[in-house]
Design a protein around this ligand. Structure first.
Ligand SMILES: Cc1cc2nc3c(=O)[nH]c(=O)nc-3n(C[C@H](O)[C@H](O)[C@H](O)COP(=O)(O)O)c2cc1C
Length: 150
């Protein structure tokens, strides 16, 4: 089986739950993408404004925990909530910092029904990484994971 890392950012816990489920299914290591605690706000709308400004100004938040050596993995699954039709902004620097990784990358996300441009933006942020199909929500996980493995 491919050695897999599940790397995720979660603001209110849903994506974390999905990440844990996936990590169990494929026996993966986990890495929690974290930024400084004062980066966002407790309020969803304020957080949305902060993230939107970060994207507009190309000022993405720094990660506060070290990324593991990704070269040991065949596959990295990157989890995020959808924020205004895009990945959460901490995902940007994670993808930026693993640009030399030569394995496969795929994203999963949780949302409230309007993911809009999530996948397109994820691919844009992924730069030269080798990106496989994205997956939404907790249903159909096994089929998606089988597709990635195939
Ligand atoms: C700042 C912010 C922006 C959001 N924007 C969207 C959106 O554009 N589309 C959508 O479907 N859900 C949106 N949501 C809802 C989240 O994607 C959803 O609740 C997600 O499952 C939360 O994951 P988490 O608990 O891991 O943070 C937004 C939530 C927040 C906090």
């Amino acid at each position: 089986m491919a050695k897999t890392l599940v790397a995720y950012y979660s603001w209110s816990g849903r994506t974390q739950g999905m990440a844990e489920k996936i990590a169990q299914l494929v026996d993966a290591d986990m890495y929690r993408i974290e930024v400084a605690p004062d980066t966002f706000d407790r309020d969803m709308y304020k957080t949305d404004e902060i993230a939107t400004a970060q994207i507009k100004n190309h000022q993405y938040p720094a990660l506060v925990n070290d990324i593991p050596n990704v070269d040991q993995y065949d596959l990295i699954l990157v989890g995020s909530p959808v924020w205004r039709g895009a990945p959460a902004t901490p995902i940007h620097n994670f993808l930026n910092q693993i640009q030399n990784y030569s394995g496969k990358v795929a994203s999963f996300y949780t949302d409230a029904g309007t993911p809009n441009g999530y996948e397109k933006m994820f691919k844009q942020w992924a730069g030269k990484l080798n990106v496989l199909p994205t997956h939404e929500g907790s249903n159909g996980l096994n089929a998606w994971l089988a597709e990635l493995a195939g």
